[in-house]
Design a protein around this ligand. Structure first.
Ligand code: SF4
Length: 375
């Protein structure tokens, strides 16, 4: 079973913090759609005939595609790939694109999961982040989906904004909990080089929250969602039992996926490929039959390191039998040896053949994961 990721590289305007590849020139849309369908034909063998179990339209802003555009893409997907009957098909959406007509029309497509880029319900936060929507639009968009029987909704939130207080963050959490949705992703604000946000920080116009505040905000997030019955199944992801994001989980479980569109990444177990992060260059490559992409063969040490990094971040953790089968006794012992210090400090737990982060370990997960890597 494998996944298909489709990068939709269009945004009406750029958000302050964003470093995903996207383009505000909608004039490329027709050329993009044709190139995407051609890319499916050129690269479908990457998955070696494996059946698709998830499709993820990410971006950029996939909800900038019309239902007709999406229909065209689904026809091409079904023509080129074997598909599972019970696929998870996610569309990332901006709240202000979710008009009643658009949501109703989406129901004619096989899309069965919406990942909504809400980020915050606070007017000042949304203005600061340069988002297109406001609080009311976000609430209306979720309600519209629910009214149209699209219950499998995930909301993205960002916390750790300059000046954010625990009280303000709590209001956001109260708001999201009232929506009664099955999945929430929450990310700490990151100052990525090259973004407008980074330039503001460099110019001294904003101040990042301090570490204590970050920890308090993360604690509030975990406690509120746990009390409401959400499982903290990955460092930044929370779901009602059974409502895990199947597509993202397949990344963490090391399953194969093919990424189409500019800047999309692919993985087939032995190598990674990534498409050029430029819409014109990507289109040119596809048109000439030579996709503009780079790749990296993954040696055993790199695969071991990726296994540690991806598995430890989930509540399922590292399966020690699987680790030994894939990488041998030597690497298993290496891992267990390094893990001991953290087990003694109750930051890692070894139980039933699994090695997982404890509740305390989640707060220092980056350090633990990098310590377990093969160097
Ligand atoms: S955060 Fe989303 S909507 Fe905003 S610029 Fe990035 S991809 Fe576009």
């Amino acid at each position: 079973m494998a996944g298909l990721y489709i990068h939709v590289p269009f945004c009406q305007k750029r958000c302050l913090y964003c470093d995903f590849y996207s383009n505000t020139d909608m004039g490329y849309k027709e050329a993009y759609l044709s190139a995407l369908i051609r890319e499916m034909e050129l690269r479908k063998n990457y998955l070696e005939g494996e059946t698709l179990e998830t499709i993820y339209f990410g971006g950029g802003t996939p909800s900038q595609l019309s239902v007709e555009n999406l229909n065209q893409l689904f026809e091409a997907i079904y023509r080129n790939f074997p598909v599972n009957q019970d696929m998870e098909i996610t569309l990332e959406a901006n709240p202000d694109d979710m008009t009643p007509a658009y949501v109703a029309a989406l129901r004619s497509l096989p899309v069965n999961r919406i990942s909504m880029g809400v980020q915050s319900f606070d007017a000042a936060d949304l203005k600061f982040l340069n988002r297109r929507h406001d609080r009311e639009e976000a609430l209306r968009a979720v309600r519209l989906c629910q009214e149209h029987d699209l219950y499998n909704i995930s909301i993205d939130l960002i916390y750790g904004l300059p000046g954010q207080t625990p009280e303000k963050w709590q209001k956001n959490l109260d708001e999201v909990l009232r929506l009664d949705i099955p999945h929430i992703s929450a990310y700490h604000l990151i100052y990525e080089e090259g973004t407008a946000l980074y330039r503001l920080l460099e110019a001294g116009k904003i101040t990042a929250v301090d570490e204590d505040t970050s920890l308090t905000l993360f604690t509030l997030l975990i406690e509120n969602l746990a009390a409401a019955g959400y499982q903290h199944y990955e460092i930044s992801n929370f779901a009602r039992p059974g409502w895990y994001a199947r597509h993202n989980s397949s990344y963490w479980k090391g399953k194969k996926y093919l990424g189409l569109g500019p800047s999309a990444h692919s993985y087939n177990g032995t190598e990674r490929e990534w498409n050029v992060a430029s819409l014109p260059e990507w289109i040119k490559g596809i048109r000439t039959g030579k996709p503009a992409l780079e790749n990296e063969q993954l040696d055993e040490n790199t695969r071991y390191n990726e296994y540690i990094m991806t598995h430890l971040r989930t509540m399922w953790g590292i399966d020690l039998n699987e680790l030994s089968e894939k990488f041998g006794e030597k690497k298993l012992k290496y891992c267990l040896n390094l893990a001991q210090t953290y087990e003694k400090r109750h930051l890692l737990l070894q139980k039933d053949g699994k090695l997982t982060l404890t509740k305390e370990g989640i707060f220092v997960s980056d350090g633990i994961m990098s310590d377990l890597l093969w160097v």
